[in-house]
Design a binder for this molecule. Structure first.
Ligand SMILES: [Zn+2]
Length: 565
């Protein structure tokens, strides 16, 4: 009996010791399940700052748009709408004087670009054109506008700045290229952009700019949407007072929709680790070595990390022989038509073929997985290739639920223009849930493309801004929101969070603190994972101990019985 007592004592101790951390780490909800839709309203305070020398009817402008609401995400888990409180600020005289002086000190004369000459021919106007370095100006403007908003004691989430004619010049902006490709290091690039937004929540529109035509023919939605031209996006010089007013109001509303709300068209999901499997499909050794020379996996990781810093990325590069295991891809490429020496790949066919090859659904069950493998196929064809959708829409790369495909060098040499690494990072950005800054739902407005984001199409913006800055403020916040929704969905399906945590997460979302909301919910999901590990380990040990104990007791009782008989 003494042996049994000892075993029992050991058993009780094991169970007691192991149960303590289990109880401490289970954040069990009191609810059985939640399926109802979360109604989340996010309020943003927006300041619109106007630099103008009384050429615009400020009073009627500032009274027209003070509140604005847009519904954005409509998932099963949540409907999110945004409310904007808009404060219009007329830049004071000291700020305008400061700006005029700064322009005077920083103007450079690179002459008139061809698009300004074209505009002059079109309108019969003659313009004085001077050039400003984009990034330097953006930094200066951020400080200046910061002074104005703090002087007015404004707490703002977002600032939109309009600059009109303050010194008689039509300004144009230039950048320096940093990508290898069409523009080499320190090459001057004349942009012709009229609006720009960087990593700070500030966008400016300079209405004196004569915009360069946009989109360019090598961009996928060329010919779609409201293009940037003299009619749709006129410079100040061809607008009368009432049309300036309408134009500014339209830009404010669209900025809020396209850059802040921005439609996200995938189901929210999140993974702790993404393994990007690059497959360079070898049709020609020469193309493969060209691709390898342009590929920099460290840079791809840097770029995707700047879009989404919460996921850990790993890149694996494979160079594969297409004749083994990729016969279906080979058939699509061989059956493609040739257009002036280029292979026009049918994206529809490639999508089907690669979907079958991946054999994966894509996405994580319940919206969350610890590890996710995402294949990227780069077609190293023997002749230059691009992709086409139903023979109409030409482009370079696409991302689907299960994979990415990149043609080489892509439509109008896009891979050379933007850089292969950026093309890959852009497609992964889509997988992470980001849309283009010029797209909202199904509408396209190209002037919204001029935001420093890896998701934008404009080469000059991508070229001129160092890659560490190429992601806008909203991209990162948006990914945090998507992740939060995915994890909320997952934790709800597992009944994992308490009411308190749930409400805290929703509260943080409603205050637009997406990163904070994500970190909070993520700590619970990670906690649950650790709990699962604990649970398995700590239940196996006591159960094994019980089984062993019972077995030993039985054996020892048997021995005693034997001894007693
Ligand atoms: Zn895209």
């Amino acid at each position: 009996m003494c042996v049994i007592k000892t075993y029992l004592l050991i058993l009780i101790t094991i169970i007691a010791v192991n149960l303590v951390p289990i109880n401490a780490s289970i954040p069990l909800s009191s609810r059985s399940s939640i399926h109802n839709l979360l109604e989340i309203n996010i309020t943003y305070n927006v300041a619109v700052v106007l630099f103008d020398k009384d050429s615009i009817d400020y009073n009627s402008l500032s009274k027209t748009l003070t509140n604005y609401t847009v519904t954005s995400i409509n998932y099963t888990i949540a409907r999110i709408s945004y409310s904007f409180n808009i404060t219009w600020v007329k830049a004071p005289k000291w700020a305008i004087d400061d700006l005029v002086e700064w322009f005077g000190e920083n103007y450079r004369d690179f002459g008139k670009p061809e698009w300004v000459r074209e505009y002059e021919g079109y309108t019969g106007l003659k313009l004085d054109v001077l050039w400003i370095e984009l990034k330097k100006f953006y930094n200066y403007l951020t400080t200046l506008v910061g002074k104005i908003t703090s002087y007015n004691k404004l707490y703002v989430d977002d600032t939109i700045v309009f600059i009109t004619d303050i010194d008689g010049y039509s300004r144009q902006y230039y950048t320096y290229s940093i990508e290898h490709g069409v523009w080499s290091n320190n090459t001057l690039y004349l942009t012709g952009i009229k609006g720009f937004g960087g990593i700070k929540p500030l966008v400016f529109y300079d209405l004196t700019v004569v915009p360069r035509k946009h989109p360019k023919p090598w961009q996928p939605f060329y010919g779609y949407g409201r293009s940037v031209d003299y009619i749709n996006e006129p410079p100040l010089w061809s607008l009368d007072n009432s049309s300036i007013r309408e134009y500014i109001l339209g830009l404010v509303a669209d900025h809020l929709k396209y850059h802040v709300v921005r439609d996200v068209h995938i189901k929210p999901w999140y993974t702790d680790e993404m393994i990007i499997e690059l497959y360079i499909l070898c049709f020609s050794n020469e193309s493969v070595s060209d691709i390898v020379s342009r590929l920099d996996v460290g840079r791809v990781v840097d770029l995707v990390e700047s879009v989404d810093p919460w996921i850990e990325y790993r890149i694996v590069v494979n160079i594969v022989d297409v004749s083994i295991g990729y016969e279906s891809v080979l058939r699509v490429v061989e059956g493609s038509r040739e257009v002036s020496g280029w292979i026009e790949l049918d994206a529809n066919k490639l999508l089907n073929v690669f979907d079958k090859l991946c054999g994966r659904e894509g996405g994580c069950i319940g919206g969350y997985c610890r590890e996710y493998r995402y294949p990227v196929y780069i077609l190293a064809t023997d002749k230059p290739s691009y992709m086409s959708w139903e023979g109409r829409l030409n482009f370079t790369a696409y991302s689907s639920r299960s994979h990415v495909t990149v043609s080489y060098p892509g439509y109008m040499y896009r891979v050379y223009r933007s850089g292969l690494n950026k093309v890959i990072a852009h497609e992964i950005g889509h997988k992470l849930g980001l849309g283009h800054p010029f797209q909202f739902n199904n509408s396209i407005r190209w002037v919204m493309d001029w935001i420093a984001s890896i998701m934008c199409y404009d080469d000059s913006v991508l070229a001129g801004v160092p890659y560490t800055d190429t992601v806008s403020y909203y991209d990162r916040e948006k990914t945090a929101l998507i992740h939060t929704l995915a994890l909320l969905n997952y934790t709800l399906s597992k009944n994992l969070v308490s009411d308190r945590v749930f409400n805290n997460v929703v509260e943080l979302i409603s205050r637009a603190l997406f990163s904070k909301a994500f970190e909070l919910i993520h700590s619970y999901v990670r906690g649950f994972r650790e709990y699962l590990v604990d649970y398995i380990l700590l239940s196996i040990i006591p159960i094994t101990a019980i089984v062993l104990l019972l077995f030993t007791v039985k054996v020892s009782l048997g021995i005693r019985k034997k001894q007693s008989t």
